[in-house]
Design a protein around this ligand. Structure first.
Ligand SMILES: [Zn+2]
Length: 128
């Protein structure tokens, strides 16, 4: 006799309490149920990743962000490119005149948040 395995359409995951509380507050503010809000955010994030892969298939992140820098590999120009966060602006080391695909790409990366967090931590250290 074989047992039929079925996958539930709903799964449960553990979320850190602080993160849950912040997401719940945002969901409440928008009058969403927390489940709908989290599912929408995750779905949109996945779609953003797909867009990014289609928008700039020649770009990828190398390693982890360090300090205020994210390093990209650009297969179009066959070189690495550093993008830096200064205050609230991103700067590309090779496109000094202004916005470029590298900055656009970094603006959509979740790793941008790590640069922002690094900057906040650096500001705290300098303020001590
Ligand atoms: Zn650039």
């Amino acid at each position: 006799m074989t047992t039929k395995k079925t996958k539930s359409a709903i799964v449960t995951v553990d979320i850190d309490r602080a993160l849950y509380d912040e997401l719940k507050a945002r969901a409440d503010k928008k009058r969403y149920k927390i489940k709908e809000y989290v599912n929408e955010r995750l779905w949109l994030d996945l779609q953003k990743e797909k867009f990014l892969a289609a928008y700039a298939p020649f770009l990828s992140v190398i390693g982890e962000p360090e300090g205020n820098r994210i390093t990209l590999h650009d297969t179009k120009i066959k070189q690495t490119v550093d993008v830096f966060l200064h205050d609230t602006q991103l700067y590309c080391e090779i496109d000094e005149k202004g916005p470029c695909a590298h900055i656009d790409y970094v603006m959509l990366l979740p790793e941008l948040s790590k640069l922002y967090i690094n900057r906040q931590q650096q500001s705290k250290k300098e303020g001590e």
